[in-house]
Design a protein. Sequence first.
Length: 246
Amino acid sequence: MHRVKGTRTPDHRTHAVELTLSAAEALALARAEGVSLTMFLTALFFESLRVSAGGLGRSRTVAASIPVNLRQFFPSTSARNFFATARVEHTYGEGPDDLGTICRNLERQFLPQATTASLERKLRRFIRFERAPLLRVMPRVAKDAILRLINWGTNRGLSVAVSNLGRVVLPEPAEAGVGRMLFHVSAVRPQFCAISHAGLLTVSFTSPFVETDHVREFARMLTASGVRVTVAAARVTEADIAEGER
């Protein structure tokens, strides 16, 4: 499993880089490959990691965690996050590695996981785990240690994470007064969050590392396909901050 490594930001703040592009042009690229926008962007992410690293060496499998909104499948009145995750991967060198093949491979893995039956099985498994008699009487300290161990094991099986909220429509009169929208989250590994509004798609990359080579390659691949990309980046190193103050 390929795990991205890099230099931590000086004060451990999240490093954010925002890409803004035409939502219609991005959708056209995804439809040309016969896949959803999320799978297209994920495949592009995999390729940008491979190219920026100069190859993956012996760890040729790249895996991503993708959240699935459970409100699409099950009723919920909670304002809290209500989601499960799907996992997709691609191993380079075991077949065609062009972008289109990777896109379709990821889509074939994702779709069976994003069904009501599959998600229900996953939820029932989580519920059984939460209601296990031994865990219910276990001290909180021990329970937290077990959860940390499970989380550590899960993280070792992932390279990146992605999240796409899709197209957002606001009620009037707010809709007419809002242009580009974006969101991002703190990250323990490189990831991106995508959202579109007013015809603009914003892909916000976050990472615990200073390096942004994969974001550069991501933008280059889009521009090579004829998509105009605007980039905005947070300053996280002393050199970056000093340059911004000049």
